[in-house]
Design a protein around this ligand. Structure first.
Ligand code: GRF
Length: 195
């Protein structure tokens, strides 16, 4: 069984979709912990209700980015993950952290990368006059939102869309895309390890 640790900062709806799919579809994997950098992250309550271990590493308690990254890595490693899944985790991680988990850390970004890395993707896509938006699951590398792409989904931008309506349409697709992508990565890993 592959061990998955999910990192969140807030609502955690992608985390929820992954936990549900993992259990429902009998993946050769288990979500062993959900870790947040924010104690108030709503997703922590869902994880706890599901009997999943939770932990908080509050970035505000650390004097530097490196000190936070070190504490976060220590907490994550206590759960011995095979795969680290960032799901709405809103901190930029340093090069040493990324190197430690490179090749086993995924992220979902709400745009059709390489278009619109960074924040406010939906507003930027609307302002640019795009007719399509979407979401991308990618491996995390040192350059923000630039790692190798695992899966993408395109979503139409409709006349009259604003940030909120577009975000909701994209999020509904994220909830299908991310579990599928995580499952594929887990199964490839399991096959490679002869599990
Ligand atoms: C999602 O749109 C994700 O793509 C982005 O942040 C949002 C997180 O939502 N990185 P949730 O916490 O999974 O509900």
């Amino acid at each position: 069984m592959k061990r998955i640790v999910i990192l969140i900062s807030g609502r955690g709806s992608n985390m929820e979709a992954i936990v549900e799919a993992c259990r429902r579809d009998g993946w050769p994997a288990e979500v062993v912990a959900v870790v947040s950098n924010r104690p108030e992250a709503a997703g922590l309550a869902y994880a706890a209700e599901q009997g999943i271990a939770t932990a908080v590493v509050d970035h505000r308690a650390f004097p530097s980015r490196d000190a936070f990254d070190d504490a976060l890595a220590q907490q994550i490693d206590a759960f011995s993950p095979d795969l680290l899944v960032m799901a709405g985790f809103m901190r930029i991680l340093g090069a040493a952290f990324v190197a430690r988990y490179e090749g086993r850390m995924l992220n979902i970004h709400p745009s059709l990368l390489p278009a619109f890395p960074g924040l406010n993707t939906h507003r930027r896509a609307i302002d640019a006059g795009c007719t399509e938006a979407g979401a991308t699951v990618h491996f995390v590398t040192a350059e923000l939102d630039h790692g190798p792409i695992v899966a993408q989904v395109a979503v139409p931008i409709l006349p009259g869309d604003d940030e909120r309506t577009l975000a909701a349409r994209v999020l509904a697709q994220e909830h299908r895309l991310y579990p599928d992508a995580v499952r594929r990565v887990v199964e490839l890993g399991a096959a490679a390890a002869g599990d």
